[in-house]
Design a protein around this ligand. Structure first.
Ligand code: FES
Length: 78
C-alpha cells in the first residue's frame, strides 16, 4: 500500500517540546493524511485495509475523503 499526497510547503517544520505527546514522544505523520502535519493526528487509522501493491489517493488528502486506486507499486523486478 502507498498513497499519493500533495505537499505545498517549501521548507522544513521545526519541532520542539511543545509538540510532544503526554508520553514525551513526538509522533511524526508518515501516512501523509494528517491535518496537523508534520505531526500525526490519527488519520492513519483510515489506511489499514489498503491492499499491498496498490497506490491510493484520498480526496483532498483527507482520511475522510473518498479513496480511490490510482496505480500499482513497481516492485522493481523487471
Ligand atoms: S501517521 Fe499520518 S496521521 Fe498518523
Amino acid at each position: 500500500m502507498a498513497r499519493e499526497v500533495t505537499h505545498e510547503e517549501q521548507g522544513p517544520a521545526i519541532l520542539d517540546e511543545s509538540d510532544m505527546g503526554d508520553d514525551d514522544k513526538i509522533y511524526v505523520c508518515q501516512c501523509g493524511l494528517s491535518d496537523s502535519k508534520p505531526l500525526c493526528d490519527g488519520s492513519h487509522n483510515a489506511t489499514p485495509d489498503e491492499a499491498d501493491g496498490v497506490v491510493y489517493k484520498y480526496a483532498n488528502d483527507e482520511a475522510e475523503g473518498e479513496r480511490r486506486e490510482v496505480g500499482e507499486l513497481d516492485d522493481g523486478d523487471e
